[in-house]
Design a protein around this ligand. Structure first.
Ligand code: TRP
Length: 376
């Protein structure tokens, strides 16, 4: 009981017992710190105890496990081609591995994205209405967003709302971007649309909104789902608001395949980590050594498909999902797709979702487009 520990602390015979400093960390632990000085030496007494918040954290945790388990169960039992939802790639380790992918020589997407933002930040910002707040869908560490925020902060104090499901990526982003002059950061640990809804509700009637959806994450949706997603984003916006959309463009097949299957195996580790995460969080028993990461080019759909191939016949049990499945030798689990675009595609996608694509900036080194979509 925390109250008893307080008394014990007070009972230490010392004339300089300071007021307790009480902090509550996010994981529901209450930390009580007392600093006392005795003959010139500082003593610190720190006690931690779970507090009331623990119950709601437990609930949140078990809700997360239940949802993760249900998603895994549903996707692994799809008849024909088993799948896993790609959003579960991004736990703390997955996010760190993705940051490593972004600096791989074979993966040109992030550098092209960043080059365009760095080179054209002022030009992009000059086309935006004022005052304007910024929301970013899947900020990651937010590194390349710096250019846009700095350009905007030259003309106004700027509110930046990174929306991110990875708590570790969000914390890194808040720390980094919070240091830019005249930029205030409020992070949302939510899925894209939940986060965007929260941001849209919060803003004043005169504020415009710029939504950033960078890194060609749109390509991780199937085409129809991508269009539907853009329509959902549009619903949260007012005419004149903007969406800056990054799209990776179709390029030669070998270059594309290498970008999703690098020889050092970073992408493979990133992909396999989803099985490791199921083992850790859901009590699964995938043997990661028995799976091989594979990237394929689907010419008809114009997308890279990422699979995990089971090298042998294997029965896997996932305790929390109450699931036992047998994978055939050579059977794959489909974890992610990355659609590629022609530059004209974007104008059509924009139109279909209630936007006008008013400008497109294309990187010459690694064909990739930054597209400015204005809400009609
Ligand atoms: N949005 C990134 C992309 O499609 C995500 C990504 C890069 C990815 N490499 C990956 C997802 C490998 C799964 C596996 O380009």
């Amino acid at each position: 009981m925390p109250t008893q520990s307080f008394r014990a602390a007070n009972a230490i015979p010392n004339p300089l017992v300071a007021e307790p400093i009480v902090t509550e960390s996010g994981n529901g632990v209450r930390r009580v710190e007392r600093r006392t000085v005795d003959r010139g030496v500082e003593f610190r007494l720190v006690e931690s105890a779970p507090d009331r918040a623990v119950r709601s954290t437990d609930n949140r945790q078990s809700r997360h496990v239940a949802e993760f388990a249900a998603d895994v169960r549903a996707s692994l039992t799809i008849p024909g081609q088993r799948e896993l939802p790609s959003k579960y790639l991004y736990d703390e380790l997955g996010s760190a591995l993705f940051e490593a992918i972004c600096v791989l020589p074979e993966y040109g997407v992030t550098r092209a994205d960043a080059r365009l933002l760095q080179r054209y930040a002022n030009e992009i910002v000059n086309r935006l209405p004022s005052p304007i707040q910024v929301a970013e869908l899947g900020s990651g560490s937010g590194k390349k967003t710096r250019w846009i925020l700095e350009a905007l902060a030259k003309r106004q104090r700027t509110y930046y709302y990174p929306i991110e499901i990875s708590a570790s990526a969000l914390a890194a982003c808040e720390k980094e971007m919070g240091q830019i002059d005249l930029v205030s950061v409020v992070g949302y640990e939510k899925t894209y649309l939940d986060g965007l809804r929260a941001v849209a509700t919060r803003r004043d009637s005169q504020d415009h909104l710029l939504v950033l959806f960078l890194g060609s994450t749109i390509g991780n949706f199937d085409r129809e789902a991508g269009n539907a997603f853009l329509r959902e984003v549009r619903k949260q916006l007012r005419p004149g608001d903007a969406l800056l959309l990054g799209t990776d463009l179709v390029k030669d097949v070998d270059t594309q395949l290498l970008a999703y299957d690098d020889p050092a195996g970073v992408t493979s580790a990133f992909d396999l980590n989803i099985l490791a995460r199921i083992n850790r969080e859901l009590g699964g028993n995938f043997d990661l050594y028995q799976f091989k990461h594979e990237a394929r080019w689907n010419a008809q759909e114009r997308r890279i498909e990422m699979h995990l191939r089971s090298l042998r016949e294997k029965t896997v049990t996932i305790r929390e999902a109450q699931l036992t499945i047998t994978l055939r030798a050579g059977e794959t689990i489909w974890t992610e797709s990355s659609h590629k675009y022609h530059s004209d595609d974007v104008f059509e996608m924009a139109q279909g979702a209630g936007f006008t694509c008013t400008q497109q900036w294309i990187d010459q080194e690694w064909p990739f487009a930054q597209n400015l979509l204005v809400a009609e």
